[in-house]
Every structure is written in structure tokens, then in C-alpha cells.
Design a binder for this molecule. Structure first.
Ligand code: ASP
Ligand code: MG
Length: 413
């Protein structure tokens, strides 16, 4: 017997038929003798609609700083999960599974007081554990919390993954199963790489790196929480009975792949400042104002200019921030003393990720070699302990991702 938290995402509860199908997954686990608590998202698309309605009337955009309008918006936005919570409990009862709904205030799931981006502070376990011991399935709306003062909050977009992981930690569950519309975590985007494979296991750290460079299966915050609390996660599909991908601690993976995945992100844009004065304080002068304006800088390359007295500075920002970044730099052109500013939206960041890199040399070299053989020019490079990323021209995305996937032996037979 195991204790499980089963979480169903928006597409897995998109309508009554999908909710019935999800309830059958719960029944299967109960019939196998497991204790189960369920966490649900809102029906696919519903949260967007609720956010839009609230925004149309109230002077508040979701996730902005807290004020009275933010609190009321959360009352609206949190209802999506309340609907699916009740429907799921009904669907379980209809299948003969004892079930009841537990809203955030009834448990309670206590959060801080930051509408649209609340953080969970504590979850009381005793009533839920008692219900489960009594053969009942508690059904909990994801995404919602309640402040100490009794106001409703929501946890930020995608937050029901975090609800599920936090609940699994509180209940000391053996596993938290995240049911979604894909069969698990893949070695690469199956839409680009036909030979992409579903991974049986992946480490928390690899999952975090994958999420940070474009593979959005789980909310990043939920993976961080799972890693910190040691919650074993499984990503699997509610549309099939196939086992999914386990997200676990490195110790649980015996055969560590050198590279577990190849990801890409079209989210970045490149800025090059030419002939910037080569003296102490210049990088601080360039990146300081960007940081103050909340513009995140990712890859940075600095090199010596032809005259030896100045330097060229190339870096990337999120595409959506490009215009703002350019305006900030242009406004300081005189102070910074650069000769030219070139911007380029036509770039993609391709990353290879794997914990095996820690103990094996040559991963980056193999990447550079593979790209060279395809005639693909590398414009910038960054590395972490378990990731190598390169910036290349966007038109080479598919070619690069496929080449790397096969060079590291990830192709399905
Ligand atoms: N329904 C919320 C959203 O769409 C939370 C979630 O589904 O994770 O962001
Ligand atoms: Mg989600």
C-alpha cells in the first residue's frame, strides 16, 4: 500500500467526460489498495477567462502588487478550481469511491497575503489523514490558499502543481503523480525530433534546467519544492495507462546518462554593444540599469575589439524585454561610450542537459563539433554544472536540435 497525491491538470479535467476519465485513474489506485488525495486544476482555458473578466472590471493585472482589487480578483480566479473540485468528488462518488471536497479554508492551506502570487506557509494534515484512513478520497482545489485573516489567495499561474507537491510533502506521500496531456518528459520536443524518447527517470536538477530552457511540463516552483522536500514526482498522461517519467533524486538513478535532453528556447534576443570602453566598472554600468528595470540578462560574451582599447559586449535578454533594454541603453549611450548597438531577434538558445556532465569531460566539445559539422555558427555560449547552452541563428533550430539528439545517442531506434 502506498500513499499517493494525484494531481490533474486543466486538459485532464477539461469537461465532464475528461473528469470521469480522471476519476477512473483514482479508482484504479484505490482498488489497488492505495491511499489517495486528489488535487485538481481548473478546466483548460477557464483561468484565462476568469483573469480576463477580473481584469476588465478591476484595475489590477494578475500577479501585480497587492491591493484591494487584487484580493477580489483572486476570489474570482480561484473559482475555476472549486468547480472541478466539486465535479471530481461527484465523479468519484458516481464510481462508488468515497470522496469529499476540501477547499483551502476548510483544511486549511494557509498562505501569505500576496494575491496572485501567494506562497503556501502551512497545510494542516490531520483531517485529511483521518479521512484517508477512513477510506475516503479528499479532493482539493489546486492553486488556492487562505490567509491567516481568512481571505482567499491564488498561487500564481500553473500553481496547482505547487499545491500538489506541498500537499504530498505534508501528507508524507510516497509519490505525487502529475497527470497531464503528455506521456512524460521527453529527451527533446517530439514536434521537432521525431526520434525523441520518453525518459523513465530524470533528476530534479535536470528537470529544473529543462524547464528553464523551454520544456514546460511542470511549474518550476513545484520542482524546486519537490527537490527541497524530497517528494518523488511522476509526470504521466491521463489519456492513457502508460507509466510516465519519474522525477527523483540523483541517487535513485544508477545509469546516469551523459546527456538526458536537448532543449531549445526561441524566447531570447541578442544585443551587441561595439567598442565599449575597456575599463573597470563598464559591465556594472551596462548591466546595472537593466537589472534595475527588471530586465533579465542571460548569456554574456565580452571580447577585445580590433584596437585593443575597447571591447565588444554581446548578451541576451528575453525577447519581450528587447525594446525596453535597447531604449535603456540608448538613453545612456554617451555615458557608456559605445560606438554601435546591434539587436537581433533571429536567435535561438539550444541546450544540452545531463547530470553525467559533472563526472565526464568532453560534452561541450562534442556539441561544438556537431554544430560545426552542420556549418552552424555559435554566437554565444554559457555553461552550468549540468548544462551547456549555445546561441545560434533561429533558422538552424531543427537542424541543430536533431543533430545533437543523435550525437548524444538519444534517438529512439
Ligand atoms: N488554473 C491555474 C492556471 O491555469 C492553476 C493551474 O492550472 O496550475 O494557472
Ligand atoms: Mg498546469
Amino acid at each position: 500500500m502506498a500513499r499517493l497525491v494525484m494531481k490533474f491538470g486543466g486538459t485532464s479535467v477539461a469537461d465532464v467526460a475528461r473528469i470521469r476519465a480522471a476519476a477512473k485513474h483514482v479508482k484504479r489506485e484505490r482498488d489497488a489498495g492505495n491511499e489517495v488525495a486528489v488535487v485538481v486544476s481548473a478546466m483548460a482555458g477557464v483561468t484565462n477567462q476568469l483573469v480576463a473578466w477580473a481584469g476588465e472590471i478591476g484595475a489590477w493585472s494578475y500577479g501585480a502588487e497587492a491591493d484591494a482589487a487584487g484580493r477580489e480578483s483572486d476570489v474570482v480566479v480561484a473559482t475555476g478550481e472549486q468547480v472541478t473540485c466539486g465535479l471530481m468528488a461527484l465523479a468519484l462518488q458516481a464510481l462508488g469511491v468515497k470522496a469529499r471536497s476540501w477547499l483551502a479554508w476548510q483544511i486549511p492551506i494557509v498562505s501569505d497575503d500576496a494575491p496572485g502570487k501567494a506562497r503556501i506557509e502551512s497545510i494542516a494534515a490531520q483531517d485529511l489523514l483521518a479521512a484517508m484512513a477512513n477510506g475516503e478520497v479528499p479532493v482539493v482545489p489546486g492553486f488556492q490558499g487562505v490567509t491567516r485573516g481568512g481571505r482567499l489567495t491564488t498561487l500564481g499561474r500553473g500553481g496547482s502543481d505547487t499545491s500538489a507537491v506541498a500537499l504530498a510533502a505534508t501528507l508524507a506521500a510516497d509519490r505525487c503523480d502529475i497527470y497531464t496531456d503528455v506521456e512524460g518528459v521527453y529527451t527533446s520536443d517530439p514536434r521537432v525530433v521525431a526520434k525523441a524518447r520518453k525518459l523513465d527517470k530524470i533528476t530534479y536538477e535536470e528537470m529544473l534546467e529543462m524547464a528553464s530552457v523551454g520544456a514546460k511540463v511542470l511549474q518550476t516552483r513545484s520542482v524546486e519544492l519537490a527537490m527541497k522536500q524530497g517528494v518523488r514526482l511522476q509526470v504521466r498522461s491521463s489519456f492513457s495507462d502508460a507509466p510516465g517519467t519519474l522525477v527523483v533524486d540523483e541517487d535513485e538513478i544508477v545509469e546516469k546518462a551523459l546527456v538526458s535532453g536537448v532543449a531549445y528556447s526561441r524566447d531570447e534576443a541578442k544585443i551587441t554593444l561595439s567598442r565599449v570602453a575597456d575599463r573597470p566598472g563598464v559591465a556594472a554600468a551596462v548591466f546595472g540599469p537593466l537589472a534595475e528595470a527588471n530586465v533579465n540578462v542571460d548569456m554574456i560574451v565580452q571580447n577585445v575589439s580590433a584596437d585593443g582599447k575597447t571591447t565588444d559586449l554581446t548578451f541576451t535578454v528575453v525577447k519581450a524585454d528587447l525594446d525596453r533594454a535597447v531604449a535603456i541603453l540608448e538613453a545612456r549611450r554617451k555615458d557608456l561610450g559605445f560606438a554601435g548597438l546591434i539587436q537581433d531577434r533571429n536567435v535561438v538558445k539550444v541546450s544540452v542537459i545531463g547530470v553525467g556532465m559533472r563526472s565526464h569531460a568532453g560534452v561541450a566539445q562534442r556539441m561544438f563539433q556537431a554544430l560545426a559539422e552542420k556549418g552552424i555558427n555559435i554566437q554565444a555560449i554559457t555553461t552550468s554544472e549540468i548544462k551547456v547552452s549555445v546561441l545560434i541563428a533561429e533558422e538552424y533550430t531543427e537542424l541543430a536540435v536533431r543533430a545533437l539528439h543523435s550525437v548524444y545517442g538519444l534517438d529512439a531506434d
